[in-house]
Design a protein around this ligand. Structure first.
Ligand SMILES: *[C@@H]1O[C@H](CO)[C@@H](O)[C@H](O)[C@H]1NC(C)=O
Ligand SMILES: *[C@@H]1O[C@H](CO)[C@@H](O)[C@H](O)[C@H]1NC(C)=O
Length: 281
């Protein structure tokens, strides 16, 4: 066991992040990997790919990592997604091959509340969605709007709106700060309303992390700038007033007509009576 290389790696993440522990090994047919969390076997790759287990299957049906644990079949890397505070602790890798490797990853989980930042902007104005910290040059930053990728920085490379739909929606209105990864949306439109997510992937020697920060953006309509100069509410109000005035006018006209008829009748009747009396005389 003289060629056993033991590494200790400390990893610090925030609740909700994802982490990948790298084995730094390339798999061959003979290689076998086992991952332990404290004393429990949580993932295993045997000599062939049929002999793989992760999560509840190799951990006596315990629910701890249900659907949050993955094993990269090519590298043996262990991936934990949506990390919770109960994931704190030691993860131990053992390989059984020509060269034995033992590695322990100590995971610390910072229990920061996963907050969603809310931004409200007047239509036509600009809004900045701030990345939390200055970007490490090796970090890749991805912005996602309502589930689709809109912008990305990887190394020195910046990509904005690679697909047609994004180009149509945000045409020349997105700017990325390549120092921080912050996103600027200029000349906002009501269709910009929705959920924006910043994914930061950091690769270190022995592990990688992915963190997510969420923003909701609301775009309020500027009533004065509306196409016709009149808001629909104002137009509706004017219509209601017009109808009420028409009804009042109709009622008044009806009353006047009725009164005039009554008045004329009142004048005619005596005349008729007088007439009839004259007839009688
Ligand atoms: C984005 O999501 C929000 C909230 O679900 C929705 O109201 C909005 O219409 C969506 N926008 C687009 C362009 O899909
Ligand atoms: C990964 O393995 C290679 C060769 O096996 C070694 O030279 C290198 O230092 C290792 N890297 C890390 C981060 O352990």
């Amino acid at each position: 066991a003289s060629d056993v290389a033991t590494d200790k790696v400390s990893v610090s993440v925030v609740k909700g992040d994802s982490v990948t522990f790298h084995t730094n090994a390339t798999m061959n047919q003979q290689e076998r990997f086992k991952w332990y969390f404290t004393k429990d076997l949580i993932a295993r790759i045997g000599g062939d790919l049929n002999n793989i287990c992760t999560d509840v299957k190799c951990n006596n049906d315990t629910e701890r990592f249900r659907d949050r644990l993955k094993l990269d079949h090519l590298s043996g890397d262990l991936i934990i997604t949506n990390i919770s505070t109960s994931d704190k602790g030691d993860y131990r890798l053992q390989t059984f091959s020509s060269k034995h490797i033992g590695k322990t990853f100590t995971l610390d989980v910072n229990d920061a509340p996963a907050e969603i930042k809310r931004k409200t902007v007047m239509e036509g104005e600009s809004v900045t969605l701030d990345a939390p910290k200055v970007r490490n040059l090796s970090d890749s930053v991805t912005w996602i709007f309502n589930g689709t990728r809109i912008a990305e920085i990887s190394g020195e490379l910046t990509k904005i709106c690679e697909d047609v739909q994004c180009k149509k929606r945000f045409r020349h209105r997105l700017k990325l700060d390549n120092q921080t990864g912050s996103l600027l949306i200029t000349n906002t439109k009501s269709t910009d309303h929705g959920l924006y997510q910043l994914l930061t992937k950091s690769r270190r020697n022995h592990y990688s992390t992915t963190s997510i920060k969420s923003f909701t953006v609301s775009v309020t309509r500027n009533v004065k700038k509306n196409d016709s100069g009149l808001s629909s509410g104002f137009v509706a109000g004017v219509c209601v007033v017009a109808v009420v005035l028409l009804v009042i006018a109709a009622v008044v006209a009806g009353v006047i007509y009725y009164c005039q008829r009554r008045y004329r009748k009142g004048q005619e009747i005596p005349r008729n009576r007088r007439g009839s009396r004259q007839d009688l005389i």
